[in-house]
Design a protein around this ligand. Sequence first.
Ligand SMILES: [Zn+2]
Ligand SMILES: [Zn+2]
Length: 207
Amino acid sequence: MSVALTLVKPSLLPSLFEQARHGLWMALEALGAWLLADFITGLVHWWEDAYAQAEWPVLGPLVAEPNLLHHRDPRAMTRLPWWKNVDVPVAAGGIALGVLAAFHALSWPLVLAILLAAFTNLVHRWAHQSPAENGRVISWMQEKGLIQSRAQHALHHRWPRKTHYCPLTNTLNPVLERVGFWRGLERLILRLTGLRRRKEPKLDRAA
Ligand SMILES: [Zn+2]
Ligand SMILES: [Zn+2]
């Protein structure tokens, strides 16, 4: 054995077990970030559907009007350049990162979750495009459940559009619907504040 190796304490050598544990933990954190991004974007989507009003200043034209248009004409977003689907979420994500950085509250899983959430509307766009429009790679990711399938997002667009708000994965929606999460949240808000869900006209085109 060389002198150099004998000088290194065995306890300082990372064992295979420790490396595997570290890798597994990082994979779990990345998975958590993926699900957190799905939940954040689902929460914002639910809030838009339930409470956003077109008459509001700033948020009305910025958020409520595109939301109402999307329910009337789900394919309208696919006729825009892709970056117009993510301009508001990317700006919001940038602000969120800035605020968290100011409070020294950033961690890599949180940064990953915010970045994923900022671009999740692209996954939403792909859910409204045909396989021919999406191409092989995106269609494969949808089929394998790596991103939300077109079939699962179509469940949200069924009248009265009160379910399946999360747009990134196929994982969270079934769980949240089973426990009645969104209905419970609306009941809680009604009880605490008297605020009722927005009335929305039934003016659907095909999703
Ligand atoms: Zn919606
Ligand atoms: Zn949609």
